[in-house]
Design a protein around this ligand. Structure first.
Ligand SMILES: Nc1nc2c(ncn2[C@@H]2O[C@H](COP(=O)(O)OP(=O)(O)OP(=O)(O)O)[C@@H](O)[C@H]2O)c(=O)[nH]1
Ligand SMILES: [Mg+2]
Length: 354
């Protein structure tokens, strides 16, 4: 999954204006009639739910819109250059880089079909009709079309999800995702089976919820261990985090602490609502240790402000209860988010001019 990419975009050149004179039988000195050139096409970035990553159309680095056509005689205006629409996944952010390598956000495409005009095409040149003056009634000049704007942009995909399952490798993230949604990620008894974020849609009573799983996080992921922590950018815009723990691990408490440390490295993630989930309780050895696990987790739950569930993603035990709670927390978080967004809306009260 390609989730960050720098490209060069360039608007089309404007078409040249035309030098032409009206020549018709019985009309002497018909005057200039050269039309204007068409404007160059614009480059637009459009969010589409049919696009899954930023591979775009291969390894192309420069995206150029169509050039405007030349103007013609009879005051004919040249055709406008074709716009170039670059389709990107929903959740793509468009940045530009300043000279000091600081990234400035230009647009955040959060909704299907939301678009952003990145660069404009050049203006078409003027035909010679515009150059007549009192002293020059037959100008033989027209202006050239302007070149389109050019710019380097960085596209970065940050998935927008409701629930994101994070955990150590092999804890059963893919199994849980497959149990709650139609997604069919690869499930296998070895670490790092999942190497890319996987999305699934979970049908709810009031709406569908997007559930995601990211590849396993190990201790030191922020230093590049395992598959690294680059996938955490996809967790930034989730409503709820599920900390999925392997109940058969010898030290479940250490696992949750490690996981929380790795998550906290990414700014803003430690404030997200969380649910701690201990998986694989169908295994007899986990059942035998369940009282110990519960006791060991007791002190960390208030720290994380998270409820805990003991489930089996394979047998489905307690999965429904987990989902009910998760959905309620997501709804609550989105209501709170709406309330803060409303309270932040700027209200302009312009005073009447005297
Ligand atoms: N007994 C039992 N086994 C489970 C359960 N959940 C997952 N497993 C098994 O644990 C192994 C790993 O499951 P995955 O779903 O691939 O785990 P993952 O967390 O996605 O692993 P990675 O993608 O490698 O990080 C598989 O063999 C699953 O069958 C469970 O509830 N009970
Ligand atoms: Mg997996």
């Amino acid at each position: 999954m390609r989730d960050r990419r720098g490209i060069v975009v360039r608007g089309g050149c404007g078409g040249d204006g035309c030098v032409s004179f009206r020549r018709e039988k019985y009309i002497p000195f018909g005057g200039p009639d050269g039309g204007d050139g068409g404007d160059g096409g614009n480059v637009i970035v459009v969010a589409s739910s049919n696009v899954v990553d930023l591979s775009l159309t291969g390894w192309q680095k420069e995206y150029v819109a169509g050039d405007g056509h030349r103007g013609g005689g009879w005051r004919k205006h040249g055709k406008k250059g074709d716009d170039l629409a670059i389709s990107v996944p929903v959740g793509t952010m468009v940045f530009t880089e300043t000279a000091s390598e600081e990234e400035i956000l230009l647009a955040d495409l959060r909704e299907q079909r939301q678009s952003f005009l990145v660069v404009k095409g050049g203006r078409g040149g003027l035909g010679n009709v515009h150059f007549t003056t009192a002293v020059n009634q037959a100008p033989e000049i027209a202006s050239k079309g302007k070149p389109g704007e050019g710019r380097c942009i960085i596209l970065e995909l940050k998935l927008i999800t409701d629930i994101c399952i994070v955990g150590q490798p092999n804890s059963g993230k893919s199994t849980l995702l497959a149990a709650v949604s139609r997604a069919r990620p690869e499930i296998a008894d070895y670490p790092f089976t999942t190497r890319q974020p996987v999305l699934g849609v979970m049908p709810g009573d009031r709406r569908d919820y997007i559930v995601a799983e990211i590849p396993g996080l190990v201790e030191g992921a922020h230093l590049g261990k395992g598959l690294g922590n680059g996938f955490l950018r996809h967790v930034e815009r989730t409503g709820l985090l599920i900390y999925l723990l392997d109940g058969s691990s010898p030290a479940v408490l250490d696992d949750v602490r490690t996981l929380d440390r790795e998550i906290a490295v990414q700014e803003g993630l430690s404030r997200k609502p969380k649910v701690v989930v201990v998986n694989k309780i169908d295994l007899p050895e986990v059942q035998a240790h369940l009282p110990e696990i519960k006791k060991s987790l007791a002190p960390i739950l208030p720290e994380l402000a998270a409820p805990v569930f003991y489930i089996s993603a394979v047998s489905g035990q307690a999965v429904l209860e987990l989902l009910r709670k998760a959905v309620a927390m997501v709804d609550q978080a989105s209501q709170d988010g709406e309330r803060t967004a409303q309270s932040q809306v700027a209200v302009f009260r312009p005073k009447p001019r005297r």
